[in-house]
Ligand binder design. Structure first.
Ligand code: DGL
Length: 268
């Protein structure tokens, strides 16, 4: 048994979707969340810059004595996971592998769509992970850079979001995908709209839920669960800038469980 917290990080508040899934699956575990609100978005930034940001966050989370780290950000997982794993004394989990596994298990016709930030799509990380699982899979990728600001604006079903979503999803529909990976922290909030556009025959894969399942597996496998301690879990939230907006928008992701956001200095 290990009562140390799980560290979770994202470029900003989107990783709260993964946090919500972790709260659901592991209610007895304590967490420390870090959102890099001073430097968000990561999506359009170069892999080298994202890797540098992630290295600093890893250092800060390790100082908080975490027992495992969840890279909730798809862009960070795409660019920095290998380096983070090499530099960390505790297990590091990303969102791409679990999402890819869930998609490979769900597809019936072998044609999988992946949507994400420009960085995630340019890295080809989901396509590589999927083809490693099954080289016969056909992967159709589409960057959807406008979705993040729409979600942060709370425009989940707004006509403007729908217009843009139809434009982005058009090529995926014409390639007749039957499974779509929501390869960005923010996209689960657009699930109802995307589901409506794609119709009931396309399975939507939420990496957040698949990642929470992978965290359970790793903690159990390594004897790191806090289960049975009898102590209530604690949840800390830290950001690198502007706690107020994080709290305000973040409650859309996590509800009333988002409390007491602290601001910590993060250089670079
Ligand atoms: N968290 C990012 C991701 O999942 C989306 C926001 C950003 O561009 O930083 O890729």
């Amino acid at each position: 048994m290990n009562r140390a917290p799980i560290g979770i990080f994202d470029s900003g508040l989107g990783g709260l979707t993964v946090t919500a899934a972790l709260f659901e699956r592991l209610p007895e575990e304590s967490t420390v969340y870090f959102g890099d609100t001073a430097r968000v978005p990561y999506g359009p930034k170069s892999p080298a810059t994202v890797r540098r940001y992630c290295a600093g966050i890893l250092e800060w989370l390790l100082e908080q004595q975490v027992k495992a780290i969840v890279v909730a950000c798809n862009t960070s997982s795409a660019h920095a996971l290998d380096e983070l794993r090499a530099d960390s004394p505790v297990p590091v989990l990303g969102v791409i592998e679990p999402g890819a596994k869930a998609a490979a298990a769900a597809t019936r016709n072998g044609r999988i769509g992946v949507i994400g930030t420009s960085g995630t799509v340019a890295s080809g990380a989901y396509a590589k992970a999927l083809q490693l699982l099954d080289p016969g899979l056909e992967v159709v990728q589409q960057a959807c850079p406008l979705f993040v600001p729409f979600v942060e604006e709370g425009w989940f079903a707004h006509p403007a979001t729908e217009l843009v979503a139809r434009e982005y999803l058009g090529p995926l529909i014409s390639r007749r995908i039957d499974t779509l990976v929501l390869g960005c922290t923010h996209y689960p909030l657009l699930r109802p709209l995307l589901g409506e556009i794609l119709g009931p025959d396309v399975t939507l894969i939420d990496s957040a839920v698949a990642t929470a399942d992978a965290v359970v597996e790793v903690l159990e496998g390594q004897g790191l669960r806090a289960e049975g301690s009898g102590e209530p879990p604690t949840h800390r939230f830290a950001v690198s800038d502007e706690a107020q907006r994080f709290t305000q928008v973040g409650t859309r992701f996590l509800g009333a469980r988002l409390t007491d956001v602290e601001v910590v200095a993060m250089g670079g």
